[in-house]
Design a protein around this ligand. Structure first.
Ligand SMILES: Nc1ncnc2c1ncn2[C@@H]1O[C@H](COP(=O)(O)OP(=O)(O)OP(=O)(O)O)[C@@H](O)[C@H]1O
Ligand SMILES: [Mg+2]
Length: 380
């Protein structure tokens, strides 16, 4: 049996909570609800979200795509602000901070490849998320940062992003592209570009990288920021390993999602990071059904059914149907709880949140979800 995860205590004591998990399990909703919980406990909380559903963003006051934190309207002793992580603008700021001079900065901004990598290419969103967390921790203006992460199929892409960029800059592809065609050999490179258009096209097709020549220029300019990036990457790793940073593994009670929790947990432990626990979301609620063949119907219930249904049921038929429905709901709940037993062999603290009967988009929904984070839930 898994130990119970005390999310109130986590929100009260952690400095950074990172919500991670596979696609669509409820990472963004959980991050926002943890923020609500933290603010209600009197803490100054910032939630950093990635692609929240439009209506949820609006409920949190994030009506425009802004990279800056907005105050969330909420009655609480503490404060809640939220921001959407905007890759492009954070990336621009990184370049501004780390480019060694104006020329390098201009060259990077003008580069086509930069335009792509900074707004869409794999890893950039993850890099940006970590960059913003570091910035916010260093600024020290919040007690707690709750970090949403992009859906990742590969465990912890976002943790690896800074290291990947460093590896990219250090790696053989960069060396191959930058060194022979470095500044001194730029004339030669231009010649190569003109004379080997066909070869370049072939390479482009082979590598799937558009504008290989542009990429070379980009890496050349970008490698001038190498030391800055390496240092940032190191700081991110250190922050993520601090005991006050807790990883919350959000999952659904489904085999694929649960398998991924186990992979995440293994990986995080291997990296020396603190796993706060598992938040199992959308668990079939417990109908509290004890079994039996009859359910007592009050006259008010019967009147309600009459009003809502276009068929008339006898009291007995109604009771029978309700028993069947309760039995089915109890079976669903039991099967979810059974599946959750397998999570990390019952070693990780676990908290379950029931499936609501509607999507969660308003502040009231978030508060209801936050309420479910503190209630004593039945554990598998
Ligand atoms: N317990 C719940 N009951 C009902 N609906 C839920 C519950 N938790 C989340 N949802 C809904 O499920 C949808 C997905 O949730 P959310 O956006 O938080 O997931 P995510 O893990 O952030 O997704 P992505 O991986 O795409 O970023 C949303 O519409 C949300 O309102
Ligand atoms: Mg999300």
């Amino acid at each position: 049996m898994s130990p119970v995860l005390d999310l109130s205590a986590l929100v009260r004591t952690a400095r950074v909570i990172v919500c991670c998990g596979s696609g669509g399990v409820g990472k963004t909703t959980s991050a926002a609800a943890l923020g609500v919980l933290g603010a209600k406990q009197g803490r100054r909380v910032q939630v950093m979200t990635i692609d929240p559903a439009l209506r949820l963003a609006q409920a949190m006051g994030l009506e425009t795509l802004t990279n800056d934190p907005q105050q969330v309207p909420l009655e609480a002793d503490g404060e809640l602000s939220a921001l959407m992580l905007d890759s492009k603008r954070t990336f621009d700021r990184l370049v501004e901070n780390y480019a060694p001079n104006d020329r390098a900065r201009e060259a990077i901004f003008a580069n086509n490849y930069y335009q792509q990598i900074s707004s869409s290419l794999g890893g950039s969103r993850e890099l940006v998320a970590m960059e913003r967390v570091l910035e916010a921790v260093n600024a020290g203006s919040h007690d707690l940062l709750v970090v949403d992460t992009p859906p990742s199929h590969h465990a912890l892409d976002f943790l690896e992003a800074p290291r990947r960029i460093v590896n990219l800059l250090e790696g053989s592809l960069t060396r191959a592209l930058v060194r022979p065609y470095g500044l001194a050999a730029r004339a030669q490179f231009n010649f190569f570009r003109q004379s080997s258009a066909a070869a370049l096209k072939f390479m482009e097709r082979l590598t799937g990288v558009q504008m290989l020549a542009d990429l070379s220029d980009f890496l050349l300019a970008f490698s001038s920021m190498f030391e800055g990036f390496k240092e940032r990457s190191h700081q991110v790793q250190t922050l993520m390993k601090q005991p006050s940073t807790g990883f919350l593994l959000v999952c659904a009670p489904e085999p694929g999602s649960l398998r991924q929790v186990n992979q995440f947990a293994e990986r995080l432990s291997a990296e020396g990071m603190t796993i706060a626990g598992v938040l199992a979301n959308r668990v079939s609620p417990d109908p509290g059904w004890q079994g039996g063949n009859e359910v007592a119907f009050s006259p008010a219930d019967a009147a309600l059914v009459d009003a809502r249904s276009d068929r008339a049921f006898s009291a007995q038929a109604l009771s029978h149907r309700l028993c069947q429905a309760l039995e089915a709901a109890a079976a669903l709940h039991a099967s979810d709880m059974l599946a959750l037993r397998e999570v990390a062999q019952g070693q990780l603290p676990l908290h379950t949140v029931p499936r609501f009967d509607h999507d969660l988009h308003s502040m009231a929904d978030l508060e209801a979800f936050a309420g479910q984070l503190v209630l004593g839930q039945s554990q598998p």
